[in-house]
Design a protein around this ligand. Sequence first.
Ligand code: MEV
Length: 425
Amino acid sequence: MPTRNLTSRISGFHRMTTEERLEAVAAFSDLDESAVGTLRRPGNIDPHLADHMIENVVATLSIPIGVATNMKVDGRDVLVPMATEESSVVAAVCNSARQCYDSGGFITSVSGNLMIAQVQLVGVPDPEQARMMILERREEIAAICDSCDPMLLRLGGGFRDLEVRVLASRGGPMVITHLIVDTRDAMGANTVNTMAETLAPSIEEWTGGKVFLRILSNLADRRLARARAVWPVAAIGGEAVRDGMIAAYHFAEADPYRAATHNKGIMNGVSAVVLATGNDTRAVEAGAHAYAARNGRYSSLTSFEVTADGSLAGMLEMPLPVGLVGGATKVHPTAQACLKILGVSTAAELARIIAAVGLAQNFGALKALATVGIQQGHMALHAHNVAIAVGATGAEVEQLANILVARRRVRQDVAAEELAKLRGG
Ligand code: MEV
């Protein structure tokens, strides 16, 4: 083991091999052999590929992928891979989907594949005129944008629209140009960022101002996915359950403190599929929360109502900028395998399935919360983690988990005590 080196200024770290970096980190942080061995063990990604995906790679992290069953989306049965570290998430989707399977499953739609790039122009004395000058150049702007990605054009995508606003800001008025681009089956961040950067000098030339930021907006409100489903009241356990769920929705709709948790539950499902397919979880999360606040108060992304025949109808609408053809989705073999499981051939199809999962996840959480509470189901699975954490192995894990659940004490201290008893201590 190299001697400990307590400076974070490690010269040439980025040029080292993965193994050399790991050794340097082990020396800095005094990692023991077991920790180094764990970090050294490759998951289902070639270490060489990992080393090219991001910088300064020392290891990879494996997250379980569970498959949600019972999902019917737009009449097609689909198995949905979900990458998550949280217990109960996959089970909740399976249960929610089962309860609406016979009433048709999930019906979905999308608004299109449109992404927005923003160009920030400052320092123009006459912002309203500058706005008009930019709008007058629509044809030229379309040509500049489309010249950036001829392949996208061949696939039927490209520049679609232009919006220019004068924005009052703390630093004075700014002129904000939105490029609206159909990115087809790509998430599109690279495409629209390139367009914004390519266009910027022309905007400066036309207006005499200074462009600073040229970047996509994660509030992808022109790339919405929607899902709805109807749960017959008999399938969900009666009117009291239904009414409790409606009250839960009303709570989230009215209160940002509750809405944040309500939407976090939706994202448990959404982010799990986004991650499993190698898409950008942060982009989708940022878009979701910004969209949830679009009316000036943060609120629920789903809504629920009672239908004429007394069933429970649920709806979700949110931005879902996901792709099939770029980034980790393209290069990560696990993401490719997950797409194959899903059987999708367009980004829009993927977005629709993810919206259905988000709705199923929310239904599951609201039903548990409005009835037995979230801990009962959650704790049964969590108990397994706690059992493993205190050292249970093999059959002990199940035995110990059952004891913890029966005692309603899923805690490490209790688990350690019970494990000692199990082992005759
Ligand atoms: C836990 O990860 C998610 C929930 O808190 C969601 C909700 O409260 O709706 C159960």
